[in-house]
Write a protein that binds this ligand. Structure first.
Ligand code: MG
Length: 369
C-alpha cells in the first residue's frame, strides 16, 4: 500500500437535534474528512473534533490546521510508508491531536481493508452482528427532559443517557425514572461536579439512589483523586470519559481506583487501535466499557459501531440511528431495528459513502500529493 495523495475536505453540517451539555450547546457540526489515495484504492476517514474546545482541547479549526500543516505532510514525506504501522508511526512525533490522528487512521484502515474484502468489524475481532443503540438527551428541566425521553423511547430506544449538571440533576432523573421505569438510564455530567462543594456532594449521593446503569464523568477531567473518593462513596458505577485521553491516562485511573468503567470513543483516544487496546485491557481487568459517540457522521459512526461490537462493551452506549443526527447522512443510513444498530459489514469502514453528497456539501477542499 503506497500513499499517493491525501485530500482534506471541510464540511459544515447542522445537527437535527442540538445537544445541550454542561459544557455548552452543540448545534453545528464542522467536519474534516480525509480521503487517502493509495496504489490499491481510496480510504475515507472523519476527524470528529467539535466546533469549540469545550469537550477536550481539540476543536475543528485547530484539528484541520494540524492535519494540513503537520500530519498530512508527514504521511507524504520522502520514502512514504508501505504499511499501516509505518504510516501511523509517522504521526507519533506530533503531540496530542488525537481526533486529527484518528481521522487519518480511519482512512488508512479503510484503504487497507477494502482491497482485502475485509470489514473493519472483522479486522477488529468484533463478532456481534448488532449492538444496542443509545440516545443522549439534552440538559434541561424535568418536564423538558421527559418530553425528549418520551420521543426517543417512542422511536425505539431502550437506553437513554441524560445530560446533567448541578441544579439540573436529581429532580430531572427522578422524573425520568418515574415516567420510564423500564429504560436503561444513565447520566453524563461532562465533568461539572466538584466534590469540595457540599451541594454537589449531596446531589451525587441522591443520584446514587436512582438505580442508574452508570454515572459518566461526574468530576472534572483531571480530578482523578476525587474520582477515587467518589467511587468509594457511590454504588452506581462511575464511568470516565474526558479523563481518559490515552492508554496511560487509563492506567493511572485504574491504579488509583478512580473508575468502574470507561467510555470508549476512538476519536478521543487517537483512533480505533488505541481504543481497542483500552477495551481489551478494561475487559481483562473486569472493568466496564461503554461505546461513546462524538456526534459523528455516518462515517465515524460506522467505525464506532464496529468497535462497539466487541464483547467487552457491557454498558449502554451512545450511538444512535442516522436520523438522530443528520438528514441526509453522509453514508447509507444507520437505522434502528428493535432497539439495535446493525454492525456495518461491507469491506473497509463497512458502509457506502455518499461521495456526491460530500462533494456538494464541501466548503473547502485541498489536495496534497
Ligand atoms: Mg460523556
Amino acid at each position: 500500500m503506497r500513499i499517493t495523495a491525501v485530500e482534506l475536505v471541510r464540511l459544515e453540517l447542522e445537527l437535527r437535534f442540538p445537544l445541550l451539555t454542561s459544557a455548552g450547546e452543540h448545534r453545528h457540526r464542522p467536519l474534516s474528512l480525509v480521503r487517502i489515495v493509495t496504489d490499491e484504492g481510496v480510504g475515507i476517514g472523519e476527524c470528529s473534533a467539535l466546533e469549540e474546545p469545550t469537550y477536550t482541547a481539540e476543536y475543528a479549526d485547530g484539528a484541520e490546521a494540524v492535519l494540513r500543516e503537520h500530519l498530512i505532510p508527514r504521511l507524504l514525506a520522502e520514502g512514504r510508508p508501505s504499511t499501516l504501522e509505518g504510516a501511523l508511526a509517522r504521526l507519533d512525533p506530533v503531540r496530542g491531536h488525537a481526533m486529527a490522528k484518528a481521522g487519518l487512521e480511519m482512512a488508512l484502515l479503510d484503504a487497507l481493508l477494502k482491497p482485502r474484502g475485509e470489514s473493519l468489524a472483522a479486522f477488529l475481532g468484533a463478532d456481534r452482528l448488532s449492538i444496542p443503540a443509545g440516545a443522549s438527551v439534552s440538559l434541561g428541566h424535568p418536564e423538558a427532559v421527559c418530553v425528549q425521553v418520551a420521543s426517543v423511547v417512542a422511536a425505539g430506544y431502550r437506553r437513554v443517557k441524560v445530560k446533567i449538571a448541578p441544579g439540573f440533576d436529581v429532580a430531572v432523573l427522578r422524573a425520568v425514572r418515574g415516567e420510564f421505569p423500564s429504560i436503561a438510564l444513565s447520566a453524563d455530567a461532562n465533568g461539572s461536579y466538584n466534590l469540595a462543594d457540599p451541594g454537589h456532594r449531596d446531589a451525587l449521593v441522591a443520584i446514587d439512589d436512582l438505580g442508574l446503569m452508570c454515572l459518566e464523568q461526574p468530576l472534572a477531567a483531571g480530578d482523578l483523586v476525587a474520582s477515587t473518593e467518589l467511587c468509594r462513596m457511590l454504588d452506581t458505577p462511575v464511568i470516565l470519559d474526558e479523563s481518559v485521553e490515552s492508554r496511560s491516562d487509563f492506567e493511572n485511573a485504574v491504579a488509583l481506583g478512580a473508575l468502574d468503567g470507561v467510555s470508549i470513543k476512538p476519536a478521543r483516544l487517537g483512533g480505533l487501535l488505541s481504543a481497542r487496546a483500552i477495551h481489551d485491557r478494561a475487559a481483562a481487568l473486569g472493568l466496564s466499557c461503554s461505546i461513546g459517540g462524538m456526534l459523528e457522521s455516518g462515517i465515524g459512526r460506522a467505525t464506532a459501531i464496529a468497535l462497539g461490537a466487541l464483547r467487552g462493551f457491557d454498558l449502554p452506549g451512545d450511538l444512535g440511528a442516522s436520523d438522530r443526527y443528520f438528514v441526509p447522512d453522509l453514508t447509507t443510513q444507520h437505522v434502528l431495528v428493535e432497539g439495535e444498530l446493525l454492525v456495518p459489514s461491507l469491506p473497509g469502514i463497512g458502509v457506502t459513502v455518499d461521495d456526491e453528497l460530500i462533494d456538494s456539501l464541501a466548503i473547502r477542499r485541498e489536495l496534497f500529493t
